[in-house]
Design a protein around this ligand. Sequence first.
Ligand SMILES: [Zn+2]
Length: 204
Amino acid sequence: MTNKRTEEIELAKDEAGANGAIAAYMRSIIEMIGEDPTREGLRRTPERFEQALRYLTSGYQQDAEKILNHAVFSVCYDEMVVLKDIDVFSLCEHHVLPFFGKCHVAYLPDKKVVGLSKIPRLVNMFSRRLQIQERLTNQIAHAIQDSIHPLGVGVVIEARHLCMAMRGVEKQRSEAVTSAMLGAFRDNVQTRQEFLALINRRGV
Ligand SMILES: [Zn+2]
């Protein structure tokens, strides 16, 4: 069991392609900011940084089709499916600093649904790339649209951006809210409002 687990971790490392190339650059960067990469606390930092960065950008090695494969089911269900408060952690492509918050996803099925656990995985996949929040929101909506062709999809992301908060840009505590509304969620006010009411209802 332990061996198998170790094997899996090694495999995951290989898949992520950690080969020390990023670590070498990071060692130089540590020097350039006036630090000593050989002091004890920093000695393994370049390797840890490489592993972290490769993990946080591992979404480039995945695609939506594979994630949703075998998880599309035919059903006689035509009510709205809503998943709210999915954790989102991503990196802004302008500063390579984190933005994070909550993602809410809904769709109106048309004879097909997707396994519920696949939606957070889809959110993770698109989040683990260099992103802007607007595109991330759109990509999640379109991936669902393309996989099960529902009557409509709604995605809302509320996130805080560390590039704003840490650099002291005005309104440090503000959250950016983005949304993508497709099909019935765009065309039908009632559908959209039902979605927004459901995600704003807390503690249910
Ligand atoms: Zn930024």
